[in-house]
Design a protein around this ligand. Sequence first.
Ligand SMILES: Cc1cc2nc3c(=O)[nH]c(=O)nc-3n(C[C@H](O)[C@H](O)[C@H](O)COP(=O)(O)OP(=O)(O)OC[C@H]3O[C@@H](n4cnc5c(N)ncnc54)[C@H](O)[C@@H]3O)c2cc1C
Length: 434
Amino acid sequence: MTFDAVYSLAFYLMNIEATSKIVIVGAGFGGITIAKTFKNKPVEVLLIDQHNYHNFQPLMYQIATGGLEPDSIAYPVRRIFRNQKNFSFRMAKVENVSIDTQTLQTSIGPISYDYLVIATGSTNNFFNFEPVKDKLLTLKSIPDALNMRSYIYQNLEKALAHQNDQSIDDLMNIAIVGGGPAGIELAGALAEMKHFVLPKDFPDLDMSKMQINLYEAAPELLSAMSEASSTKTLLYLRELGVNVHLNAKVNGYDGKILTLADGTNFTTDTVIWTAGVKAAPINGLPEGALAGNRILVDGYNQVKNTKNIFAIGDVASCVTAENPKGLPMLAPIAQQQGKLLANNIVKLTTQQPMQPFKYKNKGVMATIGRKKAVVDLPKWKFQGTFAWLVWMFIHIMSLVGFRNKIMAFYDWMANYLTYDKPLGLIIRPYKRKE
Ligand SMILES: Cc1cc2nc3c(=O)[nH]c(=O)nc-3n(C[C@H](O)[C@H](O)[C@H](O)COP(=O)(O)OP(=O)(O)OC[C@H]3O[C@@H](n4cnc5c(N)ncnc54)[C@H](O)[C@@H]3O)c2cc1C
């Protein structure tokens, strides 16, 4: 018997009044918010994700650099919804949607829906580096971040073993490609590790040999933020000893040498790719519903050429006169769309008019290191220590679960007071594919 049949039978046996079945794919910022907003609403909610946890991607770089443990930025989906009666969860990968039969094909069998919400987020975009993507490290998931942490420590152990008999530049140097929030936050955290943590862990290794290079193809860092934030970020990174290369387009990587369009190159075993993401839609959507990889939605997040399918967050593109390129891929947008869409779907089921989505920009921020952060609020832009405190407060409050908030606060305070990072275990050694 398929999962779908068991699910329907269970509801029948429990004599629950027939209600609309909303299936949400993706337990990211958008999926979790919409599922929560359906609490106490007259609908059945089934959330599907390939993982059994929700993770907080903006702090992924903290896992990679040993500042936080993985459990501090992730939370089991089932635990988030323990008190929501109209909710159920299945861990499965969704392969395909069949619109005619209103069914999803998943790794655990077919699942039917009355209304479908696609909140599958985005995945790495390697552009011209696609053929060598296996040689790159990425920062899109907790396993990615743990691989990166292991790989850096493994290379330092190797460098220590080989320092007398060969050049160890490739083992010690690190290149980061992409000067957006993920790239600059990672570069700052690695630079602090190099100065404060690694000399204590590897006293026999000359850490001054480690070069951290950041490459950005555009003429500035953080191009989505204000000029003041971008300029200050550059200054902060240079103060920390990061070699920032602007107008620097990377051309290729052979596993040892990173080459640039201007003919220069950099020897390193560690190239971290933060240069782009692309939407991760599910297959089977009707023709005309996709623009590139993003799913085209109208002002109510309804997918083009469909009746009962919606998309929110990174995967959705709502092109309007106000936003001709669609909205940026940001967590608050996914959350705001999720909240409104839950209320709109309830309205739809009760034949009431839906309300169009309007993004409320509450600001963007990034941190470079201790007492170094940049914050752009709609009416106020500031940088430095106060920005860093605001950044920490907002991020701690945004973590799911009381324990995670306390753990992150404790780790950051300990880090601040001791100039140390607690985590550097190579629990699961990472072997790069060649
Ligand atoms: C390193 C990094 C740093 C970032 N920093 C910031 C920041 O500082 N501020 C900010 O606002 N945004 C930031 N972002 C972007 C932000 O994380 C995204 O905009 C946000 O996660 C989008 O939410 P979402 O719900 O659309 O998708 P996601 O949160 O990505 O969730 C998608 C979910 O769908 C699941 N899924 C995907 N495909 C399938 C499938 N076929 N079957 C089953 N499950 C599937 C995934 O497992 C995942 O759980 C950052 C992103 C990264 C990677």
